[in-house]
Design a protein around this ligand. Structure first.
Ligand SMILES: [Zn+2]
Length: 462
């Protein structure tokens, strides 16, 4: 998951999540009970539990009359695809709804409580996956069920794609966007695993981010080989020194700054809020794309790092074979997060330039294709904005680019735009625990998210 929370501050009235426990409505009890079952199935890679979750969800859906469900096993995991057909002749191409069923490992000893025992405490639902991404997944299930029970008939097909390995291999989404594309082809996708909002501890709204772009993941290896020899006879050519020089050049190198529709919208919103040097730099850069100096100031800020350009960083190092021998091989791993739409081949060429002669640069890992930012469609932006602002009037909705990668990358890669439109809000920074310890979601946020999805689907498929 890649939940971006932006640093916007508005004049909106403080919102309080600790207003005391409210009595749940029967529909909310049903959602909580499903959520409890979902969280308590430990869908961690290697435990083989995803099929049990698929079975639970399939039974829940079938009981409501959703019977077009296809389960695709792959490896130890499964991908689930459901289609809710349009009531009559579809008025448009389908909408794809995305979530992932797997979670990151969590160890009982590290957590305050068992991560796979669902708990309600202090206004929160606790458990591994409560934020990433089981709340979003449950919201898709419950919103479809509520829509169907209310008599709603979609005017276009709604397709659900639940993957079982987003946190690891990403095969579910990759296969869905290739081999199984006929089952999931859509006009665009709404991803529950990205986007969302934040409040400070005192209830000041930080805004909602709508994820419309993500950077491309590539890993490269820098290798220097040398004939080696006895360390009592050092020579000017040395694999470790050569590699060190290359890495030092990489450290100093800055790729060209870039803006796209998403980051332009994001920085325009940020510039309104930032006073001082950072805000000035944002305004200067927005006024002149070529003002690299201003972009460098923005990039240097910890909140904005990675948002202005491609970034590559050394992450691993290895070399030499004996204390008393000249190294025959020295290698560094360089992980890149490439700006949307930039060809990784061009990045590799730039890395070769930086590394210099004598340093071999090879791509060693990749995830998805380089994808452009998804266009800010008026219908999707409008439906999301309306659903959020119905609950939080004046809440700013700002396009966002993830510096990491999600399941969405495979669909953007085949020209299907993807929008991270989670309705979840968290208190920042204390609830930012995805992949971490004692993961939790505010009770009100969990239930509100279901309503957000229901409203968006009424608007977009009604
Ligand atoms: Zn996730």
């Amino acid at each position: 998951m890649n939940r971006l929370v932006i640093g916007l501050v508005t004049g909106m009235l403080a919102f309080s999540a600790s207003a005391g426990a409210k009595e749940l409505k029967p529909s909310e009890v049903e959602a909580r009970d499903l959520f409890k079952q979902v969280v308590e199935i430990p869908t961690v890679e290697g435990r083989g539990e995803v099929p049990r979750l698929v079975k639970l969800l399939s039974e829940k859906f079938r009981a409501e009359g959703f019977d077009d469900i296809i389960v695709k096993p792959h490896g130890e995991t499964e991908t689930m695809i459901l289609r809710w057909k349009a009531g009559g002749t579809p008025i448009a191409k389908p909408i794809l709804l995305m979530a992932h069923m797997d979670v990151v490992e969590a160890k009982r000893d590290d957590w305050a409580d068992d991560p796979f025992i669902f708990r309600e405490k202090d206004g929160y639902y606790w458990g591994r996956g409560s934020v990433d991404n089981k709340a979003g997944m449950t919201a898709i299930v419950m919103s479809l069920i509520r829509l169907k029970r209310s008599g709603f008939a979609p005017k276009r097909d709604i397709i659900v794609l639940f993957t079982g390995d987003e946190e690891t291999a990403g095969d579910g989404s990759r296969l869905a966007a290739s081999e199984w594309i006929d089952l999931v082809r859509a006009e665009y996708a709404l991803n529950s695993d990205a986007g969302g909002g934040g409040f400070t501890a005192d209830g000041t709204p930080l805004g909602y981010g709508m994820q419309t772009a993500e950077k491309t993941y590539r890993t490269y290896t820098f290798s220097v080989t040398n004939k080696g020899g006895h360390s009592s006879k050092p020579r000017p050519d040395n694999a470790i020194y050569e590699l060190a020089s290359a890495i030092t050049r990489l450290e100093k190198h800055r790729f060209a700054p870039m803006l796209n529709e998403t980051t332009r919208g994001y920085f325009a919103a940020r510039a309104k809020q930032e006073k001082g040097a950072l805000g000035d730099a944002m305004r200067r850069w927005l006024a002149d794309d070529n003002d690299g100096e201003a972009a460098d100031i923005v990039e240097a800020d910890p909140k904005e790092v990675g948002l202005t350009r491609t970034r590559c960083v050394a992450t691993k190092l290895a070399g030499g074979h004996a204390d008393n021998a000249l190294p025959q091989l020295a290698q560094a791993t360089v992980n890149c997060r490439i700006f949307p739409g930039v060809d990784p081949v061009a990045v590799k060429a730039e890395l070769e330039q930086i590394a210099g002669e004598g340093v071999a640069v090879e791509q060693s890992d990749s995830f998805g294709a380089s994808t452009p930012a998804s266009p800010l469609r008026a219908d999707v932006v409008g439906a999301y904005t309306k659903a959020i602002q119905k609950r939080f009037p004046d809440m700013p909705i700002v396009p966002s680019m993830s510096t990491g990668a999600t399941d969405g990358v495979f669909f953007r890669g085949i020209g299907i735009p993807v929008y991270g439109v989670s309705g979840i809000w968290l208190k920042i920074p204390e609830d930012a625990r995805a992949h971490g310890l004692d993961e939790r979601i505010p009770v009100e946020s969990f239930h509100m998210n279901i309503g957000v999805w229901e409203d968006m689907l009424r608007e977009l498929a009604g």
